[in-house]
Design a protein around this ligand. Structure first.
Ligand code: PMP
Length: 317
């Protein structure tokens, strides 16, 4: 974990980020990828030479690619075209077969998640080593991975002196697993959702309604539905953050601490600052530094892209 100096100074709290960009696949999704594949192998749903299929915004695919290499499995990834070219290139480099599809909502039968399920079902009909749909959104092994690893590590690394945790939701595995794992240790630990614009979960936590306004260029987070993983999360409160706020945090962190992160980490840190301001000074708050910024070089570190989206451009870019 890394102490986030500016966020801590602004709130008088000790705000820490769990440095998930240091995982082998450089994102928080390595954890779900490892647990999902190991579970499928243990349940004999797949064996050496079989194929894992998944719909992913990229990071889960990268995690799965590393795990599949280890277990001699093939990997087919269905990815929305809108995702960064850096993530797509990394997936190909790691040997995954990439199927790029239009980015359409979950309600559309051509949504990337639904297409990945269909591909796995078709492939399973005549693959003797099995084809397995990882199903990160609704496979709750994802949550288990974070109960058994992320929550446990946060508890140990803060020596149990933690008052609150916050992060954004893609599948919901991180927020659910960490909330369940930490509240089992101490039910008074406050759990907050950090939501980007365009996601419906903020309104769901605040007003029990799935509604959204605005949009976000952040990748891997924000959703319009309650997944089986998010369903399990124990959430006390929620904050919403726009891209300008999040990106300014990402850019400041490069200057002040030489840490280069993707946009979802900016949303998380913004949420931790809002939570710290609400809770008052002296509290220990943990959030997730989800992935490395180099994965978005062509977007959040590209002047033309930022200009086209009316987003802040740091003076040093
Ligand atoms: N940030 C990034 C960059 C991600 O790729 C993801 C996963 N989609 C998340 C945050 C959210 O993690 P989770 O799926 O556990 O909710």
């Amino acid at each position: 974990m890394v102490k986030l100096k500016q966020a801590s100074d602004l709130t008088g709290c000790n705000i820490y980020g769990k440095a998930e960009y240091t995982n082998p696949g450089e994102s928080v999704k390595d954890r779900a990828a490892l647990f999902i594949v190991q579970d499928a192998i243990n349940r004999k749903l797949i064996s050496k030479g079989g194929t894992i299929v998944e719909g992913t915004a990229g990071n889960t695919g990268i995690g799965l690619a590393l795990v599949c290499k280890e277990y001699d499995l093939k990997l087919k990834i269905v990815i929305p075209k809108t995702q960064s070219k850096e993530k797509k290139e990394k997936l190909k480099e790691l040997g995954a077969e990439l199927i790029e599809v239009e980015a359409v909502p979950y309600s559309d039968p051509n949504n990337y998640i639904k297409q990945s399920k269909k591909i796995a079902e078709d492939l399973n009909k005549n693959n003797k080593n099995g084809a397995y749909w990882a199903n990160q959104f609704d496979n709750t092994i994802n949550t288990d991975a974070h109960i058994k690893t992320t929550a446990r590590e946060i508890w140990i690394q803060t020596a149990g002196k933690i008052d609150a945790f916050t992060c954004a939701v893609g599948t919901g595995g991180t927020l659910s697993g960490v909330s369940l794992g930490l509240k089992e240790k101490n039910k008074n630990i406050k759990i907050a959702l950090s939501d980007p614009m365009g996601s419906s979960l903020y309104s769901y936590i605040k007003y029990k309604k799935l509604e959204n306004t605005g949009n976000s260029i952040t990748e891997g987070i924000g959703t319009g539905r309650i997944t089986k993983n998010f369903e399990k999360a124990l959430v006390d409160t929620a904050f919403q953050t726009n891209d300008t706020e999040a990106l300014n945090i990402v850019y400041d962190l490069i200057k002040t601490q030489k840490i280069i992160l993707g946009g979802s980490s900016g949303i998380n840190i913004a949420g931790a600052i809002k939570l710290g301001k609400e809770m008052g000074p002296g509290k220990t708050i943990v959030t997730i530094l989800c992935d490395h910024g180099k994965r978005y070089a062509s977007k959040i570190f590209n002047k033309d892209f930022l200009k086209s989206k009316n987003l802040p451009i740091p003076s040093w870019l």
